[in-house]
Design a protein around this ligand. Structure first.
Ligand code: SF4
Length: 484
């Protein structure tokens, strides 16, 4: 009896139960998003604005975000969790310091993020956000997510956030444009003769695209008009620079900041040309994965001969994939990006399947292994860097093990797996420098195997001119084309 009495008096403290929160009406709600690169976020913010959705993007996550994430997060998480969750808490604590009460913040703000399920910690992100927010004093703060397992036809609608198909289509188009700008930026920065010119030109193009999105002008015409701006950047493309493919776990390879020790800037400043991973690859991988799962389910569906719901799903997924591929091609052509083609996910899966079980879909799944083989047999890079956050299960735990077998079979491409622990950059940079030194030697050797004529046509430095042949570096490709 006493036990029951204690139980009721200790456990049912009605005053301690969470109070019902009166959230602010939609017009006063502020949507926060983050986790991509600042450039991508500025463009996506404009795209959302064109759909009458006001978004505010969080600042780029830095080491302070990482430390805050570690304070409020669970132990033994992978570091994108610490960086992104810590970044949100840091932002909210700053708002609080500026005078907003925690209650007001909880009522007015919503964080929109990406989540999913699956065998790695990605499935735990939303719980991590909730736990850290609660511990930091923001209990009841709303976090809503796009499910990365769903395709672009998902129709979730959450309170102040409308995830309509139209909204997703404009976001996807903008993500494609942001990838195209990223490729141009990396190429022009590698060969500019005056430091900073490329970035200025890219910034001007970005402003034009943002204006076109908000004013609902033609994106195609805007991209075409950027050609003039980009052509003014003076280049020296006969400089034999090694090509370095930066791939690996999605966030570690994509982010541009403390989360991967600014690896892209480091490589560019140390004489490399980089091939970064586009955001759209992640969407194409999701589509490929959804198709793969659908086909496997259809195969195991022994009772029915043919199920139209499977066929419909496959049709819609293929439609989304084709729409992305075609849109990328059209936009890339318009602005003059002639050297990059989106990865064909079926082809990459075929390359990897001998080494990596395709049904294992945590993190980037088989993609890291496929990239190594692809870079080796199609001479895409002198060096492949595979970045993985400290504690990443699919990338460190699985892909790295398989990579040691694959690189022994394809020794023609340099390979380096790097953990971004968030705590020690010295070891990281020193390992990159050693691998880069070897890649530079390879690039110079390749360059010296071609003759250089004194008559160099002026268009050789036109960024839109990019020959396709089996040389690796840009300089060697140009020399080979003219058969100097
Ligand atoms: S892929 Fe790795 S780093 Fe990314 S969420 Fe999963 S465990 Fe974490």
């Amino acid at each position: 009896m006493n036990i029951a009495k204690d139980f009721f008096s200790n456990s049912l403290q009605w005053d301690n139960l969470p109070k019902k929160i009166e959230y602010a009406p939609k017009e006063e709600t502020i949507l926060l998003f983050g986790g991509l690169t600042p450039q991508k976020e500025r463009l996506l913010q404009a795209a959302a604005k064109s759909m009458n959705q006001e978004y505010t993007y969080l600042p780029n996550p830095d080491f302070a975000s990482f430390e805050i994430g570690k304070i409020y997060g669970n132990k033994a998480q992978c570091n994108p969790t610490y960086f992104t969750v810590g970044n949100l808490i840091k932002y909210l604590l700053n708002l609080h310091k500026q005078g907003l009460s925690k209650e007001e913040i909880v009522k007015k703000y919503i964080h929109v993020t990406v989540s999913g399920c699956g065998p790695c910690r990605f499935g735990m992100y939303i719980s991590e956000y909730k736990k850290a927010l609660q511990d930091a004093g923001f209990e009841g703060f709303r976090v809503v997510s796009f499910d990365h397992e769903s395709d672009i036809f998902q129709k979730a609608s959450v309170e102040a956030v409308e995830f309509s198909p139209k909204f997703f289509i404009i976001l996807t188009k903008t993500a494609i444009i942001s990838d195209i700008l990223m490729f141009l930026q990396d190429h022009l920065r590698a060969y500019e003769t005056q430091k900073g010119e490329a970035q200025k030109a890219i910034n001007r193009c970005e402003e034009k695209i943002i204006d076109a999105l908000i004013q609902k002008k033609s994106l195609l015409k805007t991209l075409f008009s950027c050609r003039k701006i980009l052509a003014k950047v003076k280049l020296n493309r006969l400089n034999p620079k090694p090509k370095v493919m930066v791939m690996g776990e999605f966030w570690a390879a994509m982010t541009r900041g403390d989360g991967n020790y600014h690896i892209h800037d480091f490589l560019l400043e140390n004489g490399a040309e980089i091939i970064a991973q586009p955001l759209i690859n992640r969407i194409l991988l999701n589509i490929w994965d959804a198709k793969y799962q659908t086909i496997q389910k259809q195969k195991s569906n022994a009772k029915k001969l043919f199920d139209f719901s499977f066929a419909k799903k496959l049709f819609l997924l293929t439609l989304a994939q084709k729409a992305i591929e075609i849109t990328f091609k059209i936009y890339a052509k318009a602005i003059g990006l002639n050297w990059y083609e989106l990865d064909n996910m079926d082809y990459l899966a075929n390359l990897a399947k001998e080494y990596y079980p395709l049904y294992s879909n945590g993190g980037e799944g088989h993609l890291e292994i496929a990239h190594i083989i692809d870079a080796a047999i199609h001479k895409k890079a002198h060096l492949v860097l595979s970045l993985k956050p400290f504690g990443c299960m699919p990338s460190s735990g699985v892909s790295d093990g398989i990579a040691s077998l694959v690189t022994s079979k394809f020794p023609q491409v340099g390979f380096l797996a790097l953990e971004t622990s968030g705590e020690s950059s010295i070891n990281f940079y020193s390992r990159v420098q050693m691998a880069l030194f070897k890649a530079k030697e390879e690039a110079i050797k390749e360059y010296n195997s071609y003759k250089i004529s004194s008559k160099v046509p002026s268009f050789i430095n036109n960024y839109r001119f990019y020959p396709k042949n089996d040389a690796i570096s840009t300089a060697a490709k140009l020399l080979k084309y003219f058969n100097f």
